[in-house]
Ligand binder design. Structure first.
Ligand code: TRP
Length: 441
């Protein structure tokens, strides 16, 4: 069985060394592994949320596509495409919009941050907030669910979006049958964040980046501007907390790193260390830089690559899948019998959430609410099975709607009865309870 892995790349200009080490290089390596089926796309619909400059959208898409290809992404081996070349994405966005809880979207980090900023400035909460920003997570869910991706490698800041995609998928599956695979976020823990010129995390917003494809002489100049301490040549130097050393390590083999460590201890001059770092980086990047220049000089070639990738996915997957989804929701021919769904492939029965009650080693009586192997609610311990059962009964019957506080504690009236499972929010809990009530009816 192959694992379907999908990654969206926001086209935001030529990447820097931090993007290369933290995202591009590991993703390209991962895409070459056996048994994975990789999807990489340029999220240009998403780009419209952050920029309204058409030339910038176009230019960035070109540069980012060329960057990834220059770094070894092989469009023959992975699906490489542009989001907007698969417009079924937008249609799916609508289908998902109609099952997405507005309350869940209210809590999306990017939207909340914009609202908080407005509040701090004393202007209207939603000033300057487009519905595009608000809908960002739904569009992203459509990217993922359109191809039923199983794993989505993302940075920490994106995990919430994957949880939302799961939530929308679950709701849709519950209503219309099992159409979507529930995706999982894969957060790369061991990839170090690269320090920038001033030692803080390399980031465009700190203006401390080393451009990935800077010409050799500019690369040298930038490397020489890395902040170092004032130790003189001959004085031993600390590798700990030295951005120069961390940068070197990100490019060097274990042996080279050990040699640099020894050189630090022996008091290598900063100028000499910078020279070595520059040569080491340049050795890896020079061939990439050359490929990048050639690729960017041939926009029509990249256009062809992206078009081909997108068209194939559309024909083989997106169009037929959307046809099935349209039928599932009732967007179907009026001439077909209303029970036409009966002829469609039978859909697997969705798993219902279930309550489990048990006694722990501490002698107390516990309950939990699970959905498949996902923990939705972990109940607190009760002194008697009767108290435990009473709470379960209330939740199960829909007689009482639980309330969830900011710490994820679940309350019935004025008593805390348990805690939400990881990545579960109040809406997901209520939706699960509603399904139970519905199923019992
Ligand atoms: N939101 C992602 C980011 O900011 C980009 C993205 C868009 C994405 N659609 C996606 C990532 C689907 C993974 C899957 O980096």
């Amino acid at each position: 069985m192959t694992l379907r892995v999908l990654t969206g790349i926001k086209p935001t200009g030529v990447p820097h060394l931090g993007n290369y080490v933290g995202a591009i290089r590991p993703a390209v390596v991962a895409s070459q592994a056996e048994g994975v089926d990789s999807y990489f796309f340029l999220a240009d619909y998403h780009a419209l949320i952050s920029t309204q400059d058409p030339l910038r959208v176009q230019r960035s898409t070109l540069e980012v596509a060329a960057s990834w290809m220059a770094c070894g992404l092989d469009p023959e081996k992975v699906a490489f495409y542009r989001q907007s070349d698969v417009p079924e994405t937008t249609e799916l966005t609508w289908l998902l919009t109609c099952v997405a809880g507005k309350g869940l979207l209210n809590r999306a980090h990017a939207y909340k941050a914009a609202v908080d900023r407005n509040r701090a400035e004393g202007v209207d909460e939603d000033a300057g907030v487009t519905a595009g920003l608000y809908m960002y997570p739904v569009l992203m869910a459509a990217d993922i669910l359109l191809f039923n991706a199983q794993r989505v490698p993302v940075g920490r800041d994106q995990v919430q979006h994957i949880e939302m995609a799961r939530d929308f998928a679950q709701r849709f599956n519950h209503i219309y049958g099992e159409h979507f695979t529930l995706p999982e976020a894969a957060v790369e823990e061991q990839v170090a964040t690269l320090p920038g010129l001033d030692g803080r995390k390399m980031s465009k917003s700190y203006d401390n980046v080393i451009p990935l494809f800077a010409p050799r002489d500019e690369l040298r100049r930038v490397v020489f501007s890395i902040l170092t301490d004032s130790r003189a040549p001959g004085e031993p130097k600390d590798t700990e907390g030295s951005p120069l050393f961390q940068l070197y390590q990100a490019f060097a083999s274990a042996g080279e790193t050990a040699a640099m460590r020894a050189a630090y201890a022996e008091g290598i001059a900063w100028g000499e260390a910078k020279e070595r770092l520059f040569e080491r980086i340049d050795a890896e990047l020079a061939p990439l830089r050359e490929r990048y220049q050639a690729l960017v000089a041939d926009p029509a070639g990249i256009e062809r690559v992206l078009r081909t990738g997108g068209e194939r996915l559309r024909d083989e997957q997106a169009r037929p899948f959307l046809a099935r989804l349209r039928d599932a929701v009732g967007l179907r021919s009026l001439a077909s019998a209303s029970h036409a769904g009966a002829e469609a492939a039978p859909v697997a029965k969705p798993v219902l959430p279930a309550f489990k009650q048990y006694r722990e080693a501490d002698g107390r009586f516990h309950f939990k609410l699970v959905e498949g192997d996902r923990l939705l609610l972990q109940g607190d311990g009760f002194g008697s099975p009767r108290d435990c059962g009473r709470v379960v009964g209330l939740l199960k019957s829909g007689a009482a709607m639980p309330r969830v506080d900011d710490d994820g504690r679940v309350w019935l009236d004025d008593a805390a009865v348990g805690a939400l499972g990881d990545g579960v929010d109040a809406d997901a809990l209520r939706a699960a309870l509603a399904r139970l009530v519905e199923a019992a009816a």
